[in-house]
Design a protein around this ligand. Sequence first.
Ligand code: ATP
Length: 277
Amino acid sequence: MSMITSDATDPVVLFSAVDLGYGDFTVLKEVDLRVARGQVVAMMGGSGSGKTTLLRATTAQIRPQRGTIAVFGQDLASLSGERLRQVRQRMGVLFQQGALFTDLNVFENVAFPLREHTTMTEQALTERVLDKLDAVGLRAAAHLGISEISGGMARRVALARAIVMEPELILYDEPFAGLDPISLGITAQLIRDLTDRLHCASVLITHDVPESFAIADQVYVVGQGKLLASGTPQALSGSQDPYVKQFLNGEPDGPIAFHYPITPAFTAWLEQQSGRP
Ligand SMILES: Nc1ncnc2c1ncn2[C@@H]1O[C@H](COP(=O)(O)OP(=O)(O)OP(=O)(O)O)[C@@H](O)[C@H]1O
């Protein structure tokens, strides 16, 4: 049961003219983006283009250099302490290394957030955990130890744990990385199904074009320090933008640079290096 009341029609995530970066280095400029309830949104782009930075900004781990970011209709810049914690509790984050506790079994790994953040009865907790394990196909694996499950199963346990608090927004960091083709398809379909079932919003950052295009409602492509394109997978497939085309087709030659760009910080470092005796 979620606490959605008057803000049910607000976008879940709304970036308005946002600049993001670290110190005086700006990674992305003028980003506008919107994620609605029930949507799967893919944030794509080459290595170092700023996908993880977008995720960090959404959880308020980093603050925008310019513009505003609203989550659940609340301006993140206005939140701190307890109110920020409450907003974060409505989000589930699935990190690439969804590290599980190896001294706890599958059930207790998924139960962990409930024991930390709620005062549910043992019966309600058991029901909730088994329901989420069922959603990822692992109800009957509840009793197994972490050393007894495969890598792909461990990912699904981490996913069950990420959704056990019934978040309204789920952020996935590279959910397809390192998966075999079958697990890739299963994971993508699982993300779509969970989004529909929980009626939450899902944001994934990924390089994987076919899998994310198969399940996403909206795709944002970042590169060259900005948002390059956005739209439905269908609309983007017809894009004539050379960067977008190169990215979507995985072509080695094109506007996407192989070399990390030279910055003043690098030049200063290099000068210092060569100045050494
Ligand atoms: N904590 C940090 N401090 C300074 N610069 C950072 C920091 N984190 C990332 N960057 C820089 O920000 C840029 C974007 O990094 P980010 O991790 O968002 O890219 P990405 O698209 O997620 O890349 P990848 O797909 O390779 O993980 C890079 O140039 C990176 O060097």
